[in-house]
Write a protein that binds this ligand. Structure first.
Ligand SMILES: Nc1ncnc2c1ncn2[C@@H]1O[C@H](COP(=O)(O)OP(=O)(O)OP(=O)(O)O)[C@@H](O)[C@H]1O
Length: 381
């Protein structure tokens, strides 16, 4: 969708023309495949993974793979995926079971061979890299966190975390220092000598996270890391990850089938179905401008006020001065009380303090009651 269409949608929502300033519009730029707003850390192009006997060969072009999938002779676990993941972003891959999330993560991490296509880490192609080189990349530049924690049961917390560092022959002093640092970072101090069986699920996953971070990777792959945990602990670890990320600014590829988790964590989210990426966008973009009904269905069940910004449901200013002003990019949930207390419309201001719109309690109520897709048929689908 281009900017013109997007502005059209705002008009429909607000009931009147509302030309947002450039920098605010940029946040809403809706393309089905939004690009990162920063340098690219990891990218894949024309990425395919087929399963089945007929797929066990080299392919010359993508047409051959398409033909195998279309004729039902192979399962298209990944089909023609193009992605660019930005430096320091949490990039969430989300979709229902069987949509290809794990296959994508495993192909990107080079744990399994894709059938076709290329993957670039810091601009360097990883396909065709000699095995020893690839091993080096995996040991020094990539960290992995798995759903089942993948801890060795007979090793203590310290030894589990130190394992990848020992495998790559780091010197003992730096291992000690490194392990102590990550143990403190993930809040496991005092538990150094425990075995995995003496830890709760949440604590075990903290060990998994610490082990991945100890490698000091530029890139972290997390495959449903919190899915085995109960909801409260899961929430706690989500918050922990956000806290860690604010400090560490790693590039993370995070797989989940839980849309609310995707929205909470993702700088951008890729929504997958049948091995294909249906949409890539920031959480606000995904919920306010879903590319299709499959994506829209995910957005239907979440609390929009925590995702949608004030600017998104604003109308044009009707006066030049407002007693109460609110940053236009603030989430509705964070601004709602102030708007309610104002007793009338509040002014929305951009980062320069310029007036860019108006918001009142009625607009918030409309969002909460009718969702973004209007009332009546199809609402909240
Ligand atoms: N080793 C395999 N052999 C054959 N087919 C496979 C294999 N691994 C995955 N598939 C198929 O590839 C498709 C994508 O699977 P994948 O595990 O990537 O999905 P997913 O989105 O991660 O699912 P889940 O959330 O259930 O883990 C599915 O149709 C699956 O059945």
């Amino acid at each position: 969708m281009n900017r013109k269409v997007m502005t059209g949608e705002l008009e429909r929502l607000a009931g009147q023309p509302f030309p947002l300033p450039e920098e605010l519009q940029a946040g809403f730029m809706s393309t089905a495949m939004q690009k990162p707003d920063r340098p690219v850390k990891l990218a894949c192009r024309q990425y395919w993974k087929l399963y089945g006997a007929a797929a066990q060969r080299k392919f010359r072009d993508a047409g051959e793979l398409r033909e195998l999938v279309d004729s039902g002779r192979a399962v298209g676990a990944l089909q023609d995926v193009d992605l660019e993941i930005g430096e320091g972003e949490i990039f969430v891959v989300m979709g229902l079971s069987g949509s290809g999330k794990s296959t994508l993560l495993r192909c990107l991490a080079r744990l399994i061979e894709p059938s076709f296509g290329e993957v670039l880490l810091d601009g360097r192609p990883l396909i065709g890299l000699p095995a020893a080189e690839l091993m080096k990349v995996r040991r020094h530049e990539i960290g992995m966190v798995f759903q089942n924690f993948a801890l060795l049961p007979h090793l203590s917390v310290v030894d589990n975390i130190a394992l990848p560092l020992r495998i790559r022959h780091d010197d003992p002093a730096s291992i000690r220092e490194n392990v102590a640092e990550v143990i403190q970072l993930v809040g496991l101090s005092g538990m150094e000598a425990r075995l995995p069986a003496q830890l709760s699920g949440g604590q075990q996953q903290r060990v998994g996270l610490a082990r991945a971070l100890a490698v000091k990777p530029g890139l972290l792959f997390l495959d449903e890391p919190f899915s085995a945990l109960d909801p409260l602990i899961r929430r706690e670890l989500q918050d922990e990850l956000v806290r860690l990320q604010a400090r560490l600014k790693k590039t993370m590829v995070f797989v989940t089938h839980d849309f609310s988790e995707a929205v909470r964590l993702g700088d951008r989210i890729a929504i997958m179905k049948d091995g294909r990426v249906r949409q890539i966008g920031a959480p606000e973009e995904i919920v306010t401008a879903p590319a299709d009904d499959y994506v829209r269905n995910f957005a239907a069940g979440i609390d929009l006020t925590r995702v949608v910004s004030c600017a998104r449901i604003a109308t044009q200013p009707t006066r030049s001065e407002y007693a109460v002003k609110v940053p236009a990019d603030r989430r509705i949930a964070e601004a709602a009380e102030e708007v309610a207390r104002a007793g009338g419309p509040v002014g929305l201001v951009d980062s320069q303090g310029r007036l860019v719109g108006e918001l009142d309690a009625a607009a918030i109520l409309r969002l909460v009651s009718g969702g973004l897709y209007g009332g009546g048929e199809g609402a909240g689908r």
